[in-house]
Write a protein that binds this ligand. Structure first.
Ligand code: FAD
Length: 510
């Protein structure tokens, strides 16, 4: 046992903000610390509210809530959620063309050589089959079907993963329930001042509009774009990524649903950006993400509302954002999570996933009150790399667009813009011989890169030489067998709407 004077362990964590980031952090950290003597207080302002978007996720979210003891069905029911097998990209190449980026693998590797080399050879032999036909996730999504993956898949062909679309407000409420049940204290108040310690500029406390102060050892800033602590108090600085990520605005509106919910997020290219469509059980979310340098808010509103023929549930509202990242996610005794730490843009639904990995990093590198610079630096380096990798993946989508009509100049600009060296290197390696490089802190694995390269028609100049060792007829038959296995599973799977109806509707209707 250490005496209290020498005990430098953190005892008080203050989380500022009760959006998705704040309540996810509160629920997860309290669960992690269990009965350990660490108090967690969350301060949120119901007067200010939350951003109210952020409803498409990637599969890591399921591992996140499962670790809290929640099942998929619990979360689907509590949040009006639907299942997401991937993202369907419409009109990003040529008008009318679509492809799906699934959460899962394509085909089966043979003799240790990645599947896409065999697929490439078959194309060279004249069999031009879309790569999605070798993906169970993509094929289920395209067919509007849904089943949960088998725990003991008969082959790698059956390997796929899934995520959720959910009502962000209901998800934050669920996280709040978990957090409060485990002892997180909640204060509904507006923070009017952040008080810094004279000697080192660390945060000592925050002052509420009631006049009360809340002190802490560690502050987690989940206050949204403004970065109340990390920026407004600590002046950490921000790295601007708008030269590559042109979109800086979104026009968002909720609508009534339209038929069966598809098991994917729809993202459709528009004149100065793209439009999302996220099906929930009780409503659908829609939004046009655009570059304010290439269109006006009014034009964006017209494009959005003109594309929707179902009843809108409110007036469209504009959300501005600034693509980039906080220079240090962790500064002094403050760690920023969620929008306070930076934001790329909504394509590929990475923001909530970055909250999850941020929380995991906090646990893994949990500091003492000495805030060892080595720990802080490591956290910041990991966060930087992770965000840059995601940034590159998102830029790839814009860079590869082939939209022929471009009245705003947005798409031509994206095609012609210089890209980060890290991305250039990846594309060069792929283009030369179909190689993938996977760096540390990469959120998207090779199948995701393959989905985007193939979807946009960027194919390598050649394939792995060893593939020529296969007899062409046998190779064709083996790949036809793979496609058949996928198609047979799709044929015997129920519609996604039926799955939702049977398992995901709330048990009791109020
Ligand atoms: P917020 O929701 O803004 O919460 C901030 C909190 O801080 C609130 O509780 C507020 O009351 C509190 N606060 C602020 N100031 C004070 C104060 N002075 N005193 C007390 N409390 C205060 N992410 C995805 O993963 N998938 C998506 O599909 C997706 N779509 C998006 C679409 C758009 C257009 C945008 C802009 C973002 C999208 N995101 C998406 C990102 C996602 O919305 C956020 O990552 C997520 O909602 C987390 O937000 P947050 O909790 O950081 O901030």
């Amino acid at each position: 046992m250490q005496d209290s004077a020498s005990d430098r362990r953190i005892r008080d964590i203050v989380i500022v903000g009760g959006g998705t980031a704040g309540w996810m952090a509160a629920a997860s950290l309290k669960h992690h610390f269990g009965a350990a003597p660490v108090a967690i207080t969350l301060i949120e302002s119901s007067e200010i509210g939350t951003i109210g978007v952020g409803e498409a996720t990637i599969p890591t979210i399921r591992r996140f809530y499962q670790a809290l003891g929640l099942s998929d069905i619990d979360v689907l029911r509590a949040t009006g959620g639907t299942c997401k097998l991937g993202i369907r990209f419409n009109d990003w190449t040529t008008p009318g063309a679509s492809f799906i980026h699934p959460f899962g693998l394509y085909g089966q590797d043979l003799k240790g050589v990645a599947f896409h080399h065999y697929w490439m050879r078959l194309r060279a032999l004249g069999e031009d089959v879309p790569i999605g036909d070798y993906s169970l996730g993509a094929s289920l999504a395209a067919g509007g079907k849904f089943t949960t993956p088998s725990r003991n898949p008969p082959s790698t062909l059956s390997v796929f993963d899934w995520a959720l679309h959910f009502d962000a407000g209901l998800f934050a409420r669920l996280m709040r329930q978990v957090a409060e049940q485990n002892g997180v204290r909640r204060l509904d108040a507006k923070i009017v001042k952040t008080n810094l310690r004279g000697e080192d500029g660390f945060i000592e406390s925050v002052t509420l509009d009631s006049g009360a102060t809340v002190a802490g050892d560690l502050f987690i800033d989940c206050s949204g774009f403004r970065g109340l602590l990390i920026e407004e108090a600590l002046h950490t600085g921000y790295e601007d990524w708008s030269p590559w990520l042109l979109c800086d605005s979104a026009m968002a509106v909720q609508s009534e649903g339209k038929g069966d919910p598809p098991p994917y997020t729809d993202v459709t290219a528009r004149p100065a950006g793209w439009q999302w469509r996220i099906p929930l059980q009780h409503r659908w979310g829609n939004g046009y993400v655009y570059s304010s340098r290439h269109t006006t808010d009014e034009a964006a509103r017209m494009v959005l509302t003109g594309s929707l023929d179902e009843r809108l549930l409110h007036e469209p509202r504009k959300i501005g954002f600034h693509p980039g990242r906080r220079l240090k996610a962790w500064n002094k005794n403050c760690i920023a999570l969620g929008l306070a730490s930076g934001f790329l843009e909504p394509l590929e639904s990475t923001s909530i996933a970055l909250i999850e990995t941020g929380i995991e990093k906090i646990k893994a590198l949990f500091p003492s009150r000495d805030f060892d610079p080595a720990v802080v630096d490591e956290f910041n380096e990991m966060s930087r790399l992770e965000m840059e990798r995601v940034r590159d993946f998102i830029i790839l989508h814009y860079k590869l667009n082939q939209r022929p009509e471009d009245p705003t100049g947005f798409w031509t600009h994206c095609r012609e813009m210089a890209i980060p060296d890290t991305l250039r290197k990846k594309i060069d390696l792929w283009r030369a011989q179909g190689h993938f490089v996977r760096y540390r802190w990469e959120m998207f694995s090779p199948p995701s890169w393959l989905a985007i390269y193939a979807g946009f028609g960027l194919l390598p100049e050649t394939y792995d030489l060893s593939v020529d060792g296969f007899d062409a007829g046998q190779l064709s038959a083996a790949l036809a067998e793979m496609r058949k296995a996928v198609a047979d599973t799709v044929a015997s799977t129920r519609a996604h709407g039926d799955f939702i109806e049977q398992y995901a509707r709330p048990r009791s209707v109020a």
